[in-house]
Ligand binder design. Sequence first.
Ligand SMILES: [Zn+2]
Length: 146
Amino acid sequence: MSSITLPINCRHCGKIMKTAGPVIIGEKPEQRTARQMQALGEHLQADHPEALMKAVMIGAQVQGMLLMQNFETSDPTITTHMDQMRYEIHHNTRRIRIPDASIALRVSKIELSPDQAQEVAQAMREMRDILMETDREPEPANPTRQ
Ligand SMILES: [Zn+2]
């Protein structure tokens, strides 16, 4: 493991956080990560308690969702809540967004008639929207719609 530690900046105040310190010989990476997380959590608790509270609440919801995945129910109260949690996790953690321009660029590389290209691009946009559940997203947070 590298002994180089890259800076971690607080998104709330811009503070450059102290790292977990030098690598301790024999320390497992997960132990080092745990020390780092502890320090970051202490910063949130001291300077941004609302952000820490939000993280704790979401963590509890994720834990509840993972617990409920071990059971089956048709209770709409539970299934609706579970689906909302699943969506929020997906929405907040997905790595990529696919703008219409990216779809158009990809389709332009396929040898198609203009009508076929339009149909393929439309099908790809529809598939993207289904997978990304863009109909559930608030407009400002929806960069795929252009
Ligand atoms: Zn901060």
